[in-house]
Design a protein around this ligand. Structure first.
Ligand SMILES: Cc1cc2nc3c(=O)[nH]c(=O)nc-3n(C[C@H](O)[C@H](O)[C@H](O)COP(=O)(O)OP(=O)(O)OC[C@H]3O[C@@H](n4cnc5c(N)ncnc54)[C@H](O)[C@@H]3O)c2cc1C
Length: 496
């Protein structure tokens, strides 16, 4: 058997996805991960009987996960037990003013109708179009490697793209259907996952509303890390070798071919490299200057998705008035958005999000306790100090206690904070970003950092800073797309 050796840098969603897809085609794949466990931004940790997912908590687009496992003859059910959440989530608009967003479309329509007569019909029309965008967007466009306009030179696809409101903003689009401020807040929320403002996000992304409302919010029992465990198990079944505590320091290039990877402890020879660590880090810190595809100015002018200040809390009692997912939209998003995107600074009155997976899942907290994950979206590149974190802890806890009408702080058994410095230390994240590169119009498809190096023939990229973008489902897809590109140029080994 002639085996082509591929090294994947990083064991996050995109890296594991790329490694598994390549191993499935016959390549010999080794994953080098700097941390001691897989998962990247989706790692988890256990302490005092609590299991905390460190990053993603929303399981959206279940079809993308299912098709990933099915591609290898498996199903998500072989690895974890999924439940659909109902309500999908709660939005808190103010004191004694909150709404449970029901899983049922009919119930959601009834809720909309109470707020704005005629809006149930409008929701129907809106979702019809969003379904079409999801179908074309998720089943066709996101699987394009974005390396050449010719990928889109198919009449049917061109027509589809034109019908998909690529050039209109989501902000305008949504206001053509609805006017009630609560409906607009609710419908604009999924756009925040894309890392940019509705004003700067193409209306194409109403496909996210289809994902939210029609496909639903799910949860893998045991936590989001169950997905990573399942993916690693599958990867190992396919022959992928994972090596942890392998912090890559250098990619050695001879002419325009990458030949070796140097870590803090070892040196690895390779035929092909797929880098799933943050693109900026790989380019700027691991490659010699003459082999970098993008300049520092290029990176400084990219619109990064936000970073986050996170608190992981173990609480020694069950809490009332909290759902599995609760969005605290009790402040005006305008000034907060301005402080994330336009005038980056620590926010004055931030919106925040609380996940309490112990509401659904007894296994993530000791009996009678609550597991809380609190997230404040903040601008990347801010100065992150203990004092600032503590200030926001108190600010958020004041509001959380007031809005849910209970004392919490005195019952916190375990507390850990996480922000920019941790993202940089743990993942080499550019400016301490949490979610990679924002999905603005000018950073879509061909306009994203390329998934293939322009200077090094056998170096590819995958993950949330390249196509198709941030989020778990896109990262899963990114790994599959890069594996196809590798196979086109570096023929899969022949098994004799
Ligand atoms: C707080 C938070 C909440 C989120 N919430 C959601 C959500 O609810 N739903 C959703 O769909 N998405 C969510 N996301 C986004 C989602 O988690 C990411 O888009 C996805 O996990 C990114 O995967 P990735 O493989 O591109 O990158 P990563 O997970 O960052 O993987 C890259 C890997 O490379 C490793 N690495 C870096 N440098 C080196 C080096 N020099 N040598 C070796 N290894 C290296 C890192 O340690 C890491 O393991 C969230 C993200 C965060 C941070």
């Amino acid at each position: 058997m002639s085996e082509k050796n591929v090294i994947v840098i990083g064991a996050g969603f995109s890296g594991i996805s790329a490694a598994t897809s390549l191993a499935d085609q016959g390549y010999q794949v080794t994953v080098l991960e700097k941390n001691s466990t897989p998962g990247g931004r989706a790692r988890s940790f256990n302490t005092q009987g609590f299991t905390f997912d460190m990053g993603p908590s929303w399981y959206w687009m279940p079809d993308v996960f299912e098709s990933y496992f099915q591609k290898f003859g498996k199903s998500t059910a072989d690895y974890y037990n999924l439940v659909r959440l109902d309500p999908s989530y709660t939005v808190v608009f103010g004191e004694d003013d909150f709404v449970d967003v029901p899983a049922s479309l009919d119930e959601l329509k009834a809720l909309f109708e109470r707020w704005e007569p005629g809006s149930a019909h409008q929701l129907h029309r809106f979702l019809e179009q969003a379904a079409y965008k999801y179908e074309v967007g998720i089943n066709q466009l996101v699987y394009k490697p974005g390396r050449s306009v010719t990928e889109f030179m198919n009449l049917r696809l061109l027509l589809d793209v034109l019908r998909m409101d690529v050039f209109q903003s989501f902000h305008k689009h949504i206001r053509r259907y609805f006017s009630h401020p609560k409906i607009i807040k609710l419908m604009e929320f999924p756009i925040l996952f894309l890392g940019a403002l509705p004003e700067n996000t193409p209306a194409l992304y109403s496909l996210m509303n289809y994902a939210d409302i029609s496909l639903g919010t799910w949860y893998p029992m045991g936590g989001m890390y169950k997905i990573i465990e399942g993916m690693v198990q599958l990867a190992e079944e396919k022959g992928v070798v994972f090596k942890y505590n392998q912090d890559v320091q250098e990619i050695q290039v001879n002419q325009n071919i990458a030949t070796r990877i140097v870590t803090t402890t070892d040196v690895f020879e390779t035929d092909v490299i797929v880098a799933s660590a943050d693109y900026h880090h790989v380019e700027k810190n691991l490659l010699p200057a003459q082999f970098q595809s993008y300049s520092s100015e290029y990176w400084d002018t990219r619109v990064m998705a936000p970073s986050s200040l996170i608190f992981y809390l173990g609480v020694n009692k069950r809490l009332k008035n909290l759902r599995h997912h609760s969005l605290f939209f009790d402040e005006d998003f305008g000034p907060h958005a301005n402080e994330i995107y336009t005038n980056p600074k620590w926010p004055t009155k931030p919106l925040f999000y609380v996940s309490a997976p112990s509401v659904t899942d007894d296994s993530v907290a000791p009996a009678g306790c609550e597991n809380l994950f609190i997230l404040i979206p903040v601008a990347p590149g801010l100065q992150d100090t203990e004092e600032v974190r503590e200030k926001y802890y108190n600010l958020v806890m004041d509001r959380l206690e007031q809005l849910t009408n209970q004392e919490i702080r005195g019952s916190v058994l375990y507390k850990r904070s996480y922000a920019h410095n941790d993202f940089i230390h743990d993942y080499n994240a550019f400016k301490g970003n949490a979610y990679g590169l924002a999905n603005t119009l000018l950073q879509t498809a061909l306009l994203k950092p390329s998934l293939k190096s322009k200077k090094v023939k056998n170096l590819y990229y995958t993950g949330q800073l390249t196509v198709p973008g941030p989020g778990v489902p896109p990262s899963l897809i990114s790994g599959q797309v890069v594996a196809q590109e590798v196979a086109k140029e570096f023929k899969a080994p022949v098994v004799i």
